[in-house]
Design a protein around this ligand. Structure first.
Ligand code: HEC
Ligand code: HEC
Length: 270
């Protein structure tokens, strides 16, 4: 015998149905939400408009793009940009910036982990020919972990990695604005601190820190444009590794960028 559902039961079932839908939608929302927060390469717009099935494909496809390099290699790609290795060695280490700086693509094959680590820590030829760009001493400025990331990145053949690109430089808003971005672009900020405040340790040097590029001591010693530009272009070798010296940027940083950096430095605290 068929039993008829009472109106009350129907009502209960309808409520239950809505409840399931709500829980389901919540779950989908959570999946999309966690896809957005856990993986930077998922674009918010794509995830928000995606139906449940496409949300899953979006997740798998981004997993495959990031899975092609290990997290260590990806971190190395970001270090390569942050410490402005590309400024001397070219984008993705392909060279072409200055005849005095080698590409890094063959070093990936020819140099061992120990050799690469030692070159990045101690530099190369820092006082052999100070009239040309030399490989700076980085130990102390770049952490041991970051150096091993860089080595992994070079040995992986310096692949392009999502988001590992230098800051963009606004060129039409005056020299000081461009210079502020260039101060990060060329990695000056890693050694001289944000806003030229200094304070980065250099324990073996006389001052024990890398000097600031603002404040009265700097302003009184570097009281002309020429003095400032000369030290940026020619560098200043304080001594052999582990002392960190001022790199030689001549032949690497174009004149227009040097002028912009100079204009920016003048905006810092006197
Ligand atoms: C101011 C310019 C400059 C910067 C910045 C710079 N390098 Fe170098 N690098 C050089 C020069 C010049 C040489 C070649 C030195 C020599 O052979 O005497 C070199 C050599 C090297 C070598 C050895 C290559 C070979 O084939 O022997 C490696 C590896 C290297 N650099 C990695 C890096 C990494 C990693 C960074 C970023 C942390 C970096 N460099 C930043 C100028 C620079
Ligand atoms: C690897 C670390 C490092 C990087 C990167 C670096 N500098 Fe330096 N810089 C130094 C050190 C160390 C000195 C001190 C040299 C000395 O006392 O002879 C110095 C000195 C200077 C000076 C002279 C200030 C003084 O009191 O001696 C200026 C100006 C300067 N740097 C500008 C820059 C600019 C601009 C950039 C980016 C294009 C830059 N530096 C990148 C380490 C660095």
């Amino acid at each position: 015998m068929q039993r008829k559902l009472s109106p009350a039961t129907v009502e209960a079932l309808v409520v239950l149905g809505f409840l399931c839908l709500a829980v389901g939608a919540g779950a989908i929302g959570w999946v999309i939400g966690s896809a957005v927060t856990s993986n930077k390469t998922v674009t918010v717009t794509a995830a928000q408009t995606a139906a449940p099935s496409t949300a899953t494909t979006a997740m798998t496809s981004t997993t495959t793009t990031t899975a092609s390099v290990s997290p260590e290699v990806a971190a190395g790609a970001h270090d390569f940009v942050q410490f402005a290795c590309f400024a001397c060695h070219g984008e993705l280490g392909k060279g072409g910036v200055s005849p005095d700086v080698p590409a890094l693509t063959s070093a990936a094959q020819s140099l061992t982990v120990d050799q690469l680590t030692s070159i990045i820590q101690h530099g190369l030829g820092e006082s052999a020919n100070p009239t040309k760009p030399y490989m700076p001493v980085w130990k102390g400025v770049i952490s041991t972990r970051q150096i091993s990331e860089l080595v992994a990145y070079i040995r992986a053949g310096l692949p392009a990695v999502d988001g590992a690109a230098p800051v963009s430089v606004p060129r039409s808003q005056g020299e000081a604005v461009a210079g502020a971005a260039l101060y990060s672009y060329y990695g000056c900020i890693n050694c001289h601190g944000p806003n030229g405040l200094g304070g980065v340790p250099n324990p073996q040097s006389e001052d024990k820190t890398i000097p600031p590029l603002s404040g009265s001591d700097f302003r009184s010693e570097f009281n002309t444009d020429k003095k400032i530009l000369d030290v940026i272009v020619s560098g200043s070798v304080l001594g052999k590794a582990p002392i960190v010296s001022m790199p030689h940027w001549g032949g690497v940083i174009p004149d227009a960028d040097l002028q912009a950096i100079l204009a920016y430095l003048k905006t810092l605290a006197p």
